[in-house]
Write a protein that binds this ligand. Structure first.
Ligand SMILES: Nc1ncnc2c1ncn2[C@@H]1O[C@H](COP(=O)(O)OP(=O)(O)OP(=O)(O)O)[C@@H](O)[C@H]1O
Ligand SMILES: [Mg+2]
Length: 256
């Protein structure tokens, strides 16, 4: 993935943000993408979601290159892959109530009757721990805590019954005391709903606790990949070793 600098007409230096990166997320799998700031994690996420086109290479979903999908298949792909943002305040429309937020995606994708939609959003709020639903449906995002807002954002994805969740630093804006609860939701989405998750994080304990596999990025390349436990136990790459050493106290805490 290359960015051309120099403004509108693309003159100026070319930044190679991500280069020669290839990875897959399998069914019911949680994969962590770890790396320092600027290493290219968000670029990968945006490319994987089709928000920006790769300058070379392809994104495949269920084996199909996504740039070959027709309009209706593209719409289906947009439902089946949902994005969870770092900052739920930005993701949620401040003028809408929780009910309107949760209904919006269902309306866009024309899913269910009115009664079915209502049942689905109540169920999703319960799943993410916002119950009773009546206590939340009429509220606006700014009246919720940061953790509750992220739960609403996850519920908004969940009502669409996606197969893959892509979460870009979903807990880094949240107070450490409520991070574990949100990470637990991703775990339950896998075990209870069979979802796959690609989670971007620079928080090693989160990756360690949650992911089956980890990919470590440094300066636009994947420098290490494998079973999360193995990567943390015996990192082969020097950058990964330094990252782990820097976080050692935290990882040990999380592992114990
Ligand atoms: N639209 C853009 N135009 C030019 N360069 C960009 C653009 N977006 C990202 N970059 C550059 O690409 C590189 C990777 O950025 P990216 O946002 O993917 O990093 P990141 O790993 O997500 O970092 P962070 O942890 O801070 O979110 C950086 O050097 C960044 O400055
Ligand atoms: Mg980023």
């Amino acid at each position: 993935m290359a960015f051309i600098g120099g403004g509108l007409f693309g003159r100026g230096p070319r930044t190679i943000a991500v280069n020669d990166v290839s990875f897959a997320v399998g069914r019911r799998e949680i994969v962590a993408l770890i790396g320092a700031s600027g290493s290219g994690k968000t670029t990968i996420v945006r490319t994987a979601l089709g928000l920006q086109a790769p300058s070379a290479g392809a994104v495949r979903f269920c084996g199909r290159p996504v740039d070959t999908l027709g309009a209706s298949e593209r719409q289906a792909w947009r439902r089946r892959v949902q994005l969870i943002f770092q900052d739920p305040s930005e993701a949620l429309n401040p003028r809408m109530t929780v009910q309107q937020i949760l209904l919006e995606g269902l309306a866009i994708h024309r899913l269910g009757t009115r009664a079915e939609r209502q049942a689905r959003i109540v169920e999703a709020l319960g799943f993410v721990g916002l119950a009773p639903a009546d206590a939340f449906l009429g509220r606006h995002p700014h009246t919720l805590s940061g953790g509750q807002r992220q739960r609403v954002a996850i519920a908004a994805a969940l009502v669409l019954e996606p197969e893959l969740l892509v979460a870009d630093e979903p807990v880094s804006m949240l107070d450490p005391s409520i991070r574990a609860g949100i990470l637990e939701l991703f775990r339950r989405l896998r075990t209870e709903r069979g979802m796959s998750t690609l989670i971007v994080t620079h928080d090693l304990p989160s990756a360690y606790n949650l992911a089956d596999r980890a990919h470590v990025m440094n300066r636009g390349r994947i420098v290490e990949e494998g079973d999360t436990a193995a990567v943390f136990r015996s990192p082969r790459d020097d950058y990964t070793r330094r990252l782990i050493a820097a976080a050692r106290g935290k990882v040990q805490e999380a592992a114990s």
